[in-house]
Design a protein. Structure first.
Length: 395
């Protein structure tokens, strides 16, 4: 019973920080990680046996990833006016992930020359993707153009980093054959997505039971899991489903598609969105609490890991600044919105689960997430203060 009480209290604290995060400019993920970390110390101090909760992270992370990408896709409006924004954010996300992964792999090679480059590249990808779970929820106070940019870019970054990671994980040798296999997997995923979306829309249209949306969410998670079992990029299916649902009014005008779409009922769609948001908050909160709890002080208070984490964060934002300058993206506060979070932790856990020998600890991942979020907080506050500064005469 005490476990239930503690969990409820922790989640309520997380909710309060989520509610007030817009005012205090502190991402909930930072609070959750630190809360889990402090809770571990309290339990240790009270001489209570520490349960090993690390095994929960893969399942929680994958479910959270599905819900986060679905939530992000439900925010994306497919309009001609967003064409430039979509292409711009897609290019930035793709180029950032590739360049950063290779740079980190080369840096890791300097100290771990005995590892294969494929292994080092996998470790580089761990830190290469922006976390939409953190970035989107922290961008609520940004001007609309900047917020849209963050939604698109971080969503693409989630999907591309997972796809690149899985490509390297499933192909120990990268050659033309592996590229052809990946292309075939993409084609199969598109076919799989089309059939699955048809099926899900059919259910949304036909189910009249008062429990309607939970089965749909469970089916989405199930279909994603099945696609991953067969080495298909399942996040593409999640993205397509969210985009179709959020843009069904536009897509209904396409010939031969109008019959498969649910009737025009904005209330039902809004209910589904609200439920996805609620579930995302719950799973995301438990995930970060568990990871914070799984990290020991010896792993965090380590000068060597702190310097490495600081170097990785500096590289992340240095490369981001350079790419934004080259692409002439003039959204100042967007520069600081490159936090690491669920994706980074999930990829780290996946490598550990696969039996890959890692030379960085949970503490280093913990520090990279915290430091990147801290940069976002400071940059957002400074940028906001600059926006509020009145223009002086003569300027």
């Amino acid at each position: 019973m005490m476990v239930i009480i503690a969990l409820c209290l922790l989640l309520l604290i997380a909710y309060l920080f989520e509610y007030y995060s817009e005012k205090i400019n502190v991402p909930t993920v930072m609070v959750l990680l630190l809360t889990g970390f402090i809770l571990r110390e309290v339990i240790t101090y009270l001489n209570i046996p520490l349960p090993d909760l690390f095994f929960l992270l893969p399942a929680l992370g994958n479910i959270g990833l599905v819900l986060i990408v679905l939530e992000a896709a439900l925010e994306i409006d497919l309009g001609r006016e967003h064409g430039k924004l979509i292409s711009q954010t897609l290019i930035l996300a793709f180029v950032s992930i590739i360049i950063l992964s290779f740079i980190l792999a080369l840096v890791f090679m300097l100290t771990n020359g005995e590892r294969s480059f494929n292994e080092l590249l996998l470790m580089g990808v761990v830190f290469a993707g922006t976390s939409s779970a953190v970035a989107i929820s922290s961008s609520k106070n940004l001007p609309q153009p900047s917020r849209l940019f963050i939604i698109y870019e971080s969503s693409f970054s989630d999907i591309l980093s997972i796809m690149f990671f899985n490509f390297l994980l499933w192909n120990s040798v990268v050659n033309w054959t592996s590229f052809y296999v990946t292309l075939g997997q993409l084609i199969l995923t598109i076919i799989f997505s089309a059939i699955s979306i048809y099926f899900l829309f059919f259910l949304l249209k036909r189910i009249e039971h008062h429990v309607k949306f939970i089965p749909i969410i469970l089916l989405v998670i199930l279909l994603y899991s099945l696609s991953e079992v067969f080495h298909l990029p399942g996040l593409i299916f999640i993205l397509f489903f969210g985009l179709f649902l959020n843009n069904y009014e536009k897509l209904r005008s396409v010939p031969y598609l109008e019959k498969i779409f649910i009737k025009e009922n904005p209330t039902e769609v809004k209910k589904f969105k609200d439920l996805v948001i609620e579930f995302t908050f719950l799973i995301k909160s438990i995930f970060f609490l568990v990871f914070g709890f799984a990290v020991s002080p010896n792993e965090v208070f380590n000068a060597k890991d702190f310097i490495r984490a600081l170097g990785i964060v500096a590289l992340i934002f240095g490369l981001r600044w350079l790419l934004m300058r080259l692409m002439r993206i003039n959204l100042d506060r967007v520069l600081y919105f490159a936090p690491r979070g669920l994706i980074t932790i999930l990829l780290f856990v996946t490598l550990a689960e696969q039996g890959k020998s890692l030379f960085f600890s949970r503490g280093m991942v913990f520090l990279v997430v915290l430091l990147s979020c801290l940069v976002m907080v400071v940059g957002n506050v400074v940028g906001k203060n600059k926006d509020l500064e009145p223009d002086l005469p003569g300027h």
